[in-house]
Design a protein around this ligand. Sequence first.
Ligand SMILES: *Cc1c(COP(=O)(O)O)cnc(C)c1O
Length: 355
Amino acid sequence: MSTWEDKIRTVVPYVPGEQPKFPGMIKLNTNENPYPPAPGVQKRLKEMEAGMLKLYSDPTASELVNALAEAYELPADQIFVGVGSDDVLSMSFLTFFNSDKPILFPDITYSFYDVWADLYRIPYRCPALDENFRIRKEDYYGDNGGIVIANPNAPTSICEEPDVIEDIIRNNPNCVVIVDEAYIDFGGTSVRPLIDKYENLLVVQTFSKSRSLAGLRIGFAMGSKKLIAALSDVKYSFNSYTMNYPSIVLGAEAVRDREYFIETTQKVIRTREETKPALAKLGFHFPDSRTNFIFAAHESVPAKEIFAALRKENIFVRYFDKPRIDNYLRISVGTDEQMKKLLAFLETYLSEKHA
Ligand SMILES: *Cc1c(COP(=O)(O)O)cnc(C)c1O
């Protein structure tokens, strides 16, 4: 290899779910919300003038931060916003995980964590979830360089109760604990109130799932003033204008419509609860999801085969060819109509398999 090639930062990138575009397809592979964003978002979008785009966007994203501050009853200096929670999480790894000791996250979790750790050369260790994909909190008691936990976890869909998360935080006063709550709005209990009690707790959420704005790329973190100030210093050392103007103003509109937010998240929850028994009847088993997806394995047909069969029908779900989870499908909760079509196809397909 030439000498310049030795100096390249090499990393194996995260692979997101595909974004196919077939007419009439049923897209249940990336946990997007099946409902459109709040009506105020559409209205503001129509009123938006291209002339605004000649200016740099507000580096403090104050309209969005203030809307979040009001919605979550927090001072603005306890909120940090970024380009999707991926950006917020990546920035948090860079800011908070600067130890020779390994950071900890479960063996089965959001598959971006190990990519950021590799990218920033942060050592890490992945304690195994138990046989039911539950966190063993004792695994997180020892000396470490930081902790990141997705709750509810992805792709398992399992939500731990706040006391489990608090126990882990309480046992780790010497490092930053990041709780990634990407799916918390679908029935889990947020540990956000604990940020007043633990200065080292950072809670990260996203607009991509519960607020139907995956395409705008908005995520945010809530934490002590000290954590948020440190994150902001790193962000301003990286790129002052991470949030673009449309994201700031349209995101703020989404946050202001609390009623629509509750209505649509409740609709997704209702559809999920109706889908569970229907999948069970077809021979699937799955952890009790408190997210907008179901992580299901079939009693006799391998997940990989079902995945391929669904694909042929233009029904897209997610399959992870990874140890311990390679017989599961991650199925996003769509509209009632989409789920009906999915279930109807599975019923026919599985009965033909057994015939
Ligand atoms: C979807 C997801 C994210 C990233 O969402 P953004 O679109 O970047 O806001 C982060 N963590 C988990 C666990 C997710 O599932």
